[in-house]
Structures are given as C-alpha cells and as structure tokens.
Design a protein around this ligand. Structure first.
Ligand code: BES
Ligand code: ZN
Ligand code: ZN
Length: 500
C-alpha cells in the first residue's frame, strides 16, 4: 500500500470522511464537500456515526472522488486513539469489499472542533488501523493467470489536509506509517512462513539481507560457533533436528549512542515438543513458535528506520524442536553457557532453554537493558486470555514504562510476579535446576523464573510471554483474521526509542 500526503484534494476512487456523532445518536455535519450528504443521512437515519460504523455512498456529490465512505467515530468526547485505529480498520474492510483502489482521507474535519494536535494524532491512529489491516499471506496460493492481477484492498491512500500548519506533522506521519507498515508485515511474514520453508537458515539469510538494507551490522553463528560458545542448552534443543540451528546477532549502533538495549527472541521454527511430543491437534500452529524472534526483529527494523538514538543489539535464536535420533531425552542433564546444569524433565519446555544461553550471550555486550520476547507457555493463554501478553521483570521502573507504552498503543501487557520462592518448584537433586515442574501450576511464571536464573546480578531485564497474542488475534479488527498478528512490534520499538 502506498501512503502519501497532499495539501489539495486529489482525484480518487473514494474519499473517506470521518463523522462524529451527537447526543441524539445522529451524525454531525461539519464543513466538508459532503456536508449536505451527511445532513441528508441525519434526516433519513441511514447512518448513526457510531464508532466503527460505515456507510458507502456510490456517488460523492461535490467532492473530487467518484464515491465517498462515511466512517463513524462516535461521540467526540468518547474518542480514544484505539477507537480511531479500529475505525481505520473498518474503513479498510469496506473499501476492500467495494474494490476501491485509490482513496483519500480528509483530515481537516478531525480538527473542526478541537485543536490541530488532536487532528494529527487521531489521523495517525486512524491511518495506522487502515494500513495494519492491509496484509494477506497468500504467497503459496497458485495465481490464476486468467484473472487480472488484483491486489487486496486499496493500493494508494492519500491524506489530504489544506491546513498548512499541519504540513510538517503530516509529512512525518506519512513516513512513519510506511515504516510501521513495512516492519509489522516483516514480522507477520516471518511468523506465517511454513516451517519447511521457514528454516533457521532461511531466517538467518533473510535477517542478513534486511539488516543490510537498513545499515545494521549482522553476524550469524551456526552450531559450530554455538559449541565454541558453550551453548549447551541451545544445542540440546536443536539436536533432535536435521536442520542446523542459527543464532543471528544484529547490531544497530548509531554514532553517539549512550544506551544499549538488547532484544533477545525465541525463534523455534517448529515446536513438535521433541521427545515429549505434542498432541497433533493444532500442532500446525507451532510454525509460529519463532514469533518472539520475528517480533523483536520487526521492532529492531522499525527502530532503525526511525533512526533511534540508542544502540540496539538483537539476538535471535533459531532452531527446530524435533524428536530425531539425537534428540535430548527427559532425564538428560545439560550444561548451560553460564555453567549451570539443567535437568530436562520435559523437552517441550524448550524455549526457556534456548533463551537461557542467548540471554547469557547478550549480557556479554553489557547492555543497559535486556528485553526478551517468546511464545513461551500455553499457560499464558489460560491466565490472561488473548487481550495482552504476560510481562515479568526484575526492574520495576521499566516494567512501569513497558506497561504504559503497551496501554498507550493498545499492545497491552500485564505484569506477573517473579517471587524467588517460585524457583522452589524447579529444584531437583541431580542438577542446579530442572526445566519444568511436576504440575501445571503457574506455568508462565515458572518459565519466567527459569529465565531469571540466567540474568546476571545488576542486569535489568524483562520477559514478554507472547504465546497468546502472537497469532489468532482476529477479534481486533486491524489484525488478520487468521495467522500472525504482528502485535507488540510498535510497543517494543517505542520502548527502545525512549529508553534512557
Ligand atoms: N511453544 C510452546 C508454548 C505455546 C503454546 C506457544 C501454545 C503458543 C501456543 C512451548 O514451547 C511449550 O510447549 N511450553 C510448554 C511448557 C511446559 C511443558 C512446562 C507448555 O506451555 O505446555
Ligand atoms: Zn515447546
Ligand atoms: Zn515452544
């Protein structure tokens, strides 16, 4: 999707006009080329302008477009940025079903009754919802050569504002929307890739290619290098697969950077469970088990596109969890990079194992903060449902910051405790710890407390368990109905940018 900004109206298939509602649940007609049409719909009760409602009118009257789409925003006093974002998504869906290819979004009506700042942030959120809706994963579908190429949804969206004062803000918004669109869709593409194509090697090559385009330096460790690094836990997970595990290390290092944030992602390209094999029901979803890595990669790319001031080191640990002949067996004891021993009780608790070694590796860079993301536990879906991710941390100040950013961007997070006593459940006679306990209680926190054993004294750290939100988020209108959501890319990128 192309996004642009113009200070005069353009000739398009369809104009988008957002409309507020008054106390009597009727649309308010403000100054616009469609004022008379809104007034008419007020009388005929064809459109109430409630938040997210739409009315497509095939002839746009006095405007420069062939058609007009009214999009309701509800009562102005009740408007939140998330409501604006969701309204943008509803607009996208209507424009798609009406086959509108070029559209313009009339921004000035947003500032009629309020100040310009409100107009810009509302327009930004609306457009964000619209562009985030523009995603389809259909690369493996056979194209019908007889059908003319028709892409999905509008191809070009022009934001139109005649207000000269908004020029610099809207120029910035246009660029940022493009950056968000590209970065979030990289995350979605990665997550949706089937694991027969989306192998550790594939992601390593893609990371190198995309990093190069953004001036980020990048190196890849294979299993030989991981062995040199004594990453016993990482290698123990990859051992059951014929495909080689890869660890990608990206270093975005702008001149004069004062702080370093390390992002550490779980990239299990397929999680069969290993010897503790999973049931076959929905096992296909386990191609998404690398979404922690995909999310942090998307966030790192977004941060680089935005030229953030902090240094960002992104470490992505890719491997498959398979039950091959060399696979780790329950009862095996494995030595981690940091020297601690782990008794493997359940080979399906593999994410914490690979993260333990790469978290240790990340701390060699002496980062000011370490943030990891992982589809770590099924338990987080039980605990929190599909509205937020689980957040665990040893640093109250940045926990607060992450929660606040999550709320602001509607990429919500919820804080769970990591009391030391939770570690009691992971004690065992034959090693320093075991990778899972004997019952299913507090599964998400146990994952977090396991990771904490690999965080050095003085390192500030947070862990996001994104197993519930990584895919299947169609209840939020700007996420695809099925498959990867791309949630939390924007929030992590913002955290990285604002970290002090
Ligand atoms: N990849 C899974 C977690 C998961 C479950 C992600 C559902 C997405 C949806 C993880 O590796 C896993 O299997 N965890 C186990 C841990 C248990 C054995 C301690 C789980 O959650 O059951
Ligand atoms: Zn697993
Ligand atoms: Zn897993």
């Amino acid at each position: 999707m192309k996004i642009e900004y113009k200070s005069a109206s353009v000739s398009v298939d369809c104009d988008i006009l957002v409309v507020f509602q008054d106390g009597s649940k009727k649309p308010i007609a403000v100054k616009s080329p469609y004022k008379a049409l809104v007034e008419k719909s007020r009388k005929t009760n064809t459109f109430t302008a409630s938040a997210g409602s739409t009315l497509f009118i095939p002839y746009g009257g006095k405007g420069s477009a062939k058609n007009v789409l009214f999009v309701g925003l509800g009562l102005e006093a009740d408007l939140t940025l998330e409501k604006a974002r969701q309204a943008g998504a509803h607009a996208f869906s209507k424009l798609t079903s009406e086959k509108m290819k070029t559209v313009s979004f009339l921004i000035d009506v947003l500032g009629e009754s309020k100040n310009n700042d409100a107009a810009v942030s509302r327009a930004h959120a609306f457009m964000e919802g619209l562009v985030l809706s523009s995603y389809k994963f259909d690369k493996y579908k056979k194209k019908d050569p007889k059908k003319e190429v028709s892409s999905f949804g509008p191809e070009k969206v022009t934001m139109v504002s005649k207000d000269k004062k908004l020029k610099s803000d809207l120029t910035f918004v246009t660029k940022d929307l493009k950056d968000v669109y590209e970065s979030v869709n990289i995350t979605r593409d990665w997550s949706n890739e089937p694991s027969n194509y989306g192998t550790p090697e594939y992601y390593a090559n893609e990371a190198v290619r995309i990093a190069k385009e953004h001036g980020i330096s990048c190196k890849v460790l294979g299993e030989k290098e991981a062995l040199k690094e004594k990453m016993g836990l990482f290698l123990s997970v990859s051992a059951g697969s014929d495909r080689e595990g890869k660890i990608v290390v990206l270093d975005y290092h702008p001149k004069g950077a004062e702080k370093t944030v390390a992002l550490v992602g779980k990239g299990v390209t397929f999680d069969s469970g290993g010897i503790s094999i999973k049931p076959s029901m929905r096992m296909e979803d386990m191609k998404h088990d690398m979404t922690g890595a995909a999310t942090l990669f998307g966030a790192a790319i977004l941060a680089a596109k935005r030229k953030v001031k902090n240094r960002v080191i992104t470490i992505l640990a890719f491997c498959e969890n398979m039950p091959g002949g060399d696979a780790t067996q329950p009862g095996n004891v494995i030595i981690a990079r940091n020297g601690k021993s782990v008794e493997i009780i359940n080979t399906d608790a593999e994410g914490r194992l690979i993260l333990a070694d790469v978290l240790d590796y990340a701390q060699d860079y002496k980062p000011d903060f370490v943030l990891n993301a992982a589809t770590l536990t099924g338990a987080v879906v039980v605990a929190l449902g599909k509205q937020c991710c689980g957040l665990m941390s040893n640093d109250p100040e940045n926990t607060e910051k992450l929660l606040q950013i999550g709320t602001e961007m509607h990429e919500r997070m919820w804080h769970l405790p990591l009391f030391d006593e939770y570690f009691d459940d992971l004690k065992t006679d034959c090693a320093d710890m075991k990778n899972s306990a004997n019952d299913g209680n507090g599964g998400t926190i146990r994952g977090g407390i396991f990771l904490k054993q690999f965080i050095r004294k003085g390192t500030r750290w947070a862990h996001m368990d994104i197993a519930a939100t990584a895919y299947g988020m169609g209840h939020i209108p700007y996420y695809p109905k099925k498959g990867a959501s791309g949630m939390h890319v924007r929030a992590v990128a913002k955290f990285v940018a604002e970290f002090v």
